[in-house]
Design a protein around this ligand. Structure first.
Ligand code: SF4
Length: 317
């Protein structure tokens, strides 16, 4: 950031990144798609935190939201269906110095990638995982996903989805070594931005469920919530983002929440009416797997050879 070096001299950093430095290709999402709001928020955070693009990586699986890395002018990896998290963990295990953003959808993370979801939470590597939850498979055109509400008419359930939906925040709060869980909505840019900043600042895996509008297939799912802010419950205090007074006033329902209390977080996560938004849980003391995998990363080749020979000598007869 700019600053005053002396009374009169303006200190300009050698490199200053603008929004344009993070803007990749033109987004090909449908008009009104909530993915656009998330992309804008992440680009703003990168600019505000002055993250060098060459030190930033966006990783995704498959789905509409997984086109995310194409629209960021950073390093990126558009992976296989359900495999965003193992790729992101691989990146972090060898390059802990990189900032990693993961874009994954409700189908990608909570269905085919569910096994990786459980273990990535347990590994707790320092990254922001954004679950774009639009309650549908959008890219493959309207199939029921694990978070589709009961009764939703889709191509796979033309008479309405049978099963109750999976609750991604409640599920994540049940996984071992969970360290950060938050929930926000794409249609409130101030809350979305502030929540993602909190997630970025947390050292460990930050899991953020973002309710994401899909005007093409599930416009009805979040429509009432969007029109009526009393259907949301703004969590305040502790680790929760501080909103400006004007934005905070738009939420008639607010509740002080201790995000260091796991039992309280689990109770809040089970609530639907009104739906809680904010930081449900945060524990900065949880172990991070990269702290173990990166031991010795800076060793010289000669030292690595000595270590290798010492290990191999154990097998000599
Ligand atoms: Fe967005 Fe839905 Fe269009 Fe996919 S189908 S790009 S989720 S609006």
């Amino acid at each position: 950031m700019f600053g005053l070096k002396d009374d009169w001299e303006l200190e300009v950093p050698e490199r200053y990144f603008t929004l344009e430095d993070y803007e990749g290709g033109t987004a090909r999402w449908c008009p009104g798609c909530g993915d656009l709001a998330v992309l804008t928020a992440v680009q703003r955070i990168c600019r505000d935190e002055q993250l060098p693009p060459e030190k930033t990586v966006c990783v995704s699986g498959i789905g509409c939201s997984s086109r995310f890395p194409h629209y960021m002018k950073t390093y990126g990896f558009h992976g296989l269906h359900g495999r965003a998290l193992p790729v992101a963990c691989g990146v972090k295990s060898r390059r802990p110095d990189l900032t990693v953003w993961v874009a994954t959808g409700d189908g990608d993370c909570c269905s085919i990638g569910a096994g990786h979801w459980v273990h990535a939470i347990r590994y707790n590597m320092d990254m922001v995982v954004m679950l774009f939850d639009n309650a549908i498979y959008g890219l493959t055109k309207n199939q029921t996903s694990p978070t589709s509400p009961q009764g939703l008419h889709t191509n796979t359930h033309p008479r309405g989805a049978w099963l109750p939906p999976l609750n991604p925040t409640a599920a994540t709060l049940g996984f071992a070594n969970v360290s950060f869980v938050a929930q926000t909505v794409d249609w409130n840019p101030a809350h979305l931005y502030a929540t993602l900043v909190r997630a970025y600042e947390h050292k460990g895996l930050s899991f953020v469920r973002i309710l994401q509008r899909c005007p093409t297939y599930t416009s009805q799912v979040f429509a009432e919530m969007q029109k009526d802010p009393s259907q949301l419950l703004l969590l305040t205090g502790g680790d929760n983002p501080e909103l400006d007074a004007a934005t905070a006033r738009t939420f008639p329902n607010q509740q002080a929440h201790d995000s260091r209390d796991l039992a309280a977080a689990r109770r809040v996560a089970e609530q639907h009416e009104p739906l809680p938004i904010g930081v449900l849980y945060r524990d900065p003391e949880r172990p991070r797997y990269e702290d173990f995998t990166t031991v010795g990363l800076g060793m010289s080749d000669a030292d690595k050879l000595v270590g290798l020979e010492r290990e191999l000598d154990k097998f000599s007869v």
